[in-house]
Design a protein around this ligand. Sequence first.
Ligand code: ZN
Length: 134
Amino acid sequence: MLDSIRLPEQLRKQIEDYLEKHLPEEACGILGGRDGRVEVMLPVRNELQSPVRFRMNASEQIRAILWLESQGMDLIGIFHSHPSGPEFPSDTDLQEHAYPESAAIICSLTNAGWVMRAFSIQEGRAFEIELVFH
Ligand SMILES: [Zn+2]
């Protein structure tokens, strides 16, 4: 598991725009890259179309992961929004995170705008990972 993830500002903006577009629903997607540096964000449809839950559409998810593999990139993280908080993984997120080797990136909407935090989820427990914007 990575101890830090680097996310270019340009990609942060791209993620925020995508999340904004789907408000008030939660939106989700996949971050791929190399050596802990995110190079692409791949949107995946939230099957549940809910403001408090998400589940990635299975075929879009598989397609995104296969594409990353074809590019020699790692699945660095799965991001999703919390339009009304909290800033950390919910109990459901802890139970449903299916990729222990990849981070869960929680993007919560606060009065000061979007806050992104990265977590490693292992056996139902979350450990924060440093997220560096550059
Ligand atoms: Zn969540």
